[in-house]
Write a protein that binds this ligand. Structure first.
Ligand code: KL2
Length: 449
């Protein structure tokens, strides 16, 4: 129930490939945006994806409409001395992770968007902007969260050559996760939907797909897409959901001969959080060392805190809060770890975050290398979205996020050409391993110069 597909099998949708863009029933992105590519002064070329609107306008209290420009940032040399120039297009693919802000959530949480012009909140406007963003980026795989108008998106994306799958959240919520992939680039080998409710982990959902590249049949990967529970107090549930997804991804990867993994999504956890450390370092997480309400780091991301307008809580308050809230019930431990008998959380994957691994400027990144912000509304300014990847892949470039001062000038998202209160994360990945040579799994194809 709740897994929604348009036609054909229970997972697939029927593609209607229309190659002539003139036949699309909406305006292509290039009518309204400029896309330019240039090299900067450094040796690595930088391509810029520039979104400029032509009539910057003044809004109440905001002096100048900011220019929304996002730059591609090129990755360093690849592991094993592999040179980017040696990787053919058939070895690369691009992935988007984008929480598009459910239409229903706009009305359910109106207080978060008080500063936003009503036209920027209107679904017809946002649908057009989001699709313009996506089609302008032309990604091979798109992982969306907070989708409550799946068929609106499918109608547009299938005309551009994508297939899609949708998994609605359980319970009363009307939104869910959607995954789209380019039908001429990837074939879906296996698809799986995760209902966390079935595992005592609330009404959130996730998707897992195994894809094979059509041009290089040995190139396969697992792609996961998750929208982790929002509730900042329920670090136990977040940890349980993330552990479950990584365990399912690991099982699928093993089943398909150890294929690499990309995990996209909105993790509702910040780069400063114990959950981020747990995912990025493969270190065990001892619950007893943490307050359940601090596991996700969300409580430190109010815009006034981030922008320095509000004082941080005093150390005495922090220590008392930690002391009084540090006790974990057996039930909470069971939710977080999967058993009440251990306090130690583990996951089976070795993951890196693509933005953290592709260095960007200080204006957009924090000291972990992650974006300073992937989401902005009146109660949150910070990073919760990630593109995680496993061994066997390397990020070759990412589309940098926006500087805080630019976001600040918008007054809050969505904005004119930003269709959601999150930014789309985009990364290109390259396959590293020689597939098919199981006994020689560590050798890197780029060694052949
Ligand atoms: O943080 V989010 O936005 O990934 O962008 O995920 C949830 C929140 C989403 C789905 O539940 O709705 C938003 N205060 C602020 N935002 C909320 C709240 C809340 N109390 N509840 C849900 N959301």
């Amino acid at each position: 129930m709740g897994c929604c597909c348009r036609a054909g099998s229970s997972w697939l949708t029927t593609p209607r490939l229309i190659t002539n863009s003139a036949s699309l029933n909406f305006r292509p992105i290039f009518n309204m945006c400029s896309v330019s590519f240039h090299c900067n002064n450094t040796s690595s070329p930088t391509a810029s994806y520039n979104r400029r609107w032509y009539k910057p306008e003044r809004r109440g209290g905001i002096s100048q409409a900011p220019e929304i420009v996002r730059h591609w940032v090129q990755g360093d040399a690849l592991p094993g001395g592999k040179h980017q120039g040696n990787i053919g297009a058939e070895e690369r693919f691009t992935v988007v992770s984008y929480n598009i802000l459910g239409d229903k959530n706009v009305s359910n949480h109106g207080d978060l968007y008080r500063n936003v012009l009503p036209t920027y909140l209107d679904w017809d406007h946002r649908r057009r902007v989001i699709c313009e963003e996506l089609l302008g980026l032309n990604p091979d795989i798109i992982c969306l969260q907070e989708v409550d108008k799946y068929y609106d998106l499918l109608n547009i994306l299938e005309k551009a050559g994508y297939l899609g799958s949708y998994k609605r959240r359980t319970g009363g919520s009307v939104d869910g996760c959607a995954m789209f992939w380019k039908v001429d680039k990837f074939q879906l080998l296996e698809g799986e939907s995760v209902e966390f409710r079935q595992h005592g982990l609330r009404d959130n959902v996730a998707q897992l797909s195994v894809f094979e590249m059509r041009e290089a049949k040995s190139r396969r990967l697992v792609v996961g897409n998750i929208h982790v529970l929002y509730n900042p107090n329920r670090g136990d549930v977040k940890l349980g959901q993330i552990r479950f997804l990584s365990s399912r991804a690991h099982i699928l990867s093993e089943k398909w001969d150890h294929v690499p993994i990309v995990l996209a999504g909105d993790y509702n956890s910040t780069p400063q959080s114990p959950i981020y450390k747990f995912l990025s370092s493969s270190e065990q997480l001892n619950l007893m060392l943490h307050n359940r309400k601090e596991l996700s780091g969300q409580r430190r991301c109010h815009p006034s805190q981030v922008l320095g307008l509000r004082r941080e809580k005093g150390i005495l308050f922090v220590l008392m809060d930690r002391f009084f809230n540090s006790r974990w019930s057996d039930e909470e431990i069971n939710v977080a770890i999967g058993t009440p008998k251990s306090h130690i959380a583990m996951h089976p994957l070795k993951l890196n975050s693509s933005y953290a691994m592709v260095k960007g400027p200080l204006t957009t990144r924090d000291n972990s290398g992650e974006p300073l912000a992937t989401s902005y509304h009146s109660k949150f300014l910070g990073t919760v979205d990630y593109l995680w990847y496993s061994d066997g892949l390397a990020p070759t470039k990412v589309l940098d996020t926006l500087p805080i001062n630019v976001l600040k000038k918008t007054g809050g998202l969505p904005y004119k050409k930003l269709g959601s209160d999150h930014l789309a994360l985009v990364s290109e990945f390259a396959f590293l391993e020689v597939v098919g040579a199981t006994e020689d799994r560590l050798s890197v194809k780029g060694d052949i110069c």
